[in-house]
Design a protein. Structure first.
Ligand code: HEM
Length: 146
């Protein structure tokens, strides 16, 4: 079975919860750096700060990542596939030194952040919907990197 309207709705509603509170973006990077401390130096907005310090760039970047996963959920529901709209994403991630295991770390951080953001609305189905949408997007980015 493909990506359902119910799954798309679950992603949409928790995306709204995520956007409502900037502290979730800080949480997202905090979890990434807990799992992959060496990744700190890869991010222009983290490399020179002690720990994860909030900034407009940090917020914008987190919103792009979560927003693109949400867009992928919409694409999966409508067409069954994820097409990258930003043609330079492959090159940017190669240039930053991103490798496959980083995508697992970012996925785990994204799912934990969504769990926090959705509170008592969280469910296994909601988490799976985010995971499927993320995997589709990550596959498209990795293809663009190869
Ligand atoms: C930059 C999205 C996975 C590290 C970016 C940008 C976007 C993006 C939209 C900005 C590109 C631009 O400047 O035009 C995503 C999405 C991902 C993903 C949607 C997963 C589905 C990853 C992973 C890593 C990573 C796994 C490694 C931990 C970076 C870094 C930058 C970047 C270091 C440059 C940020 C800066 O210094 O300003 N990503 N990314 N990304 N991404 Fe990703």
């Amino acid at each position: 079975m493909g990506f359902t309207q119910q799954q798309e709705a679950l992603v949409n509603s928790s995306w709204e919860s995520f956007k409502q509170n900037p502290s979730y973006s800080v949480l997202f990077y905090t979890i990434i750096l807990e799992k992959a401390p060496a990744a700190k130096g890869m991010f222009s907005f983290l490399k020179d700060s002690a720990g994860v310090v909030d900034s407009p760039k940090l917020q914008a970047h987190a919103e792009q990542v979560f927003g693109m996963v949400r867009d992928s959920a919409i694409q999966l529901q409508a067409t069954g596939e994820v097409v990258l709209k930003n043609g330079s994403l492959g090159a940017i991630h190669i240039q930053k030194g991103v490798v496959d295991p980083h995508f697992v770390v970012v996925k785990e951080a994204l799912l934990k952040t969504i769990k926090e953001a959705s509170g008592d609305k969280w469910s296994e189905e909601l988490s799976i919907a985010w995971e499927v949408a993320y995997d589709g997007l990550a596959t498209a980015i990795k293809k663009a990197m190869s």
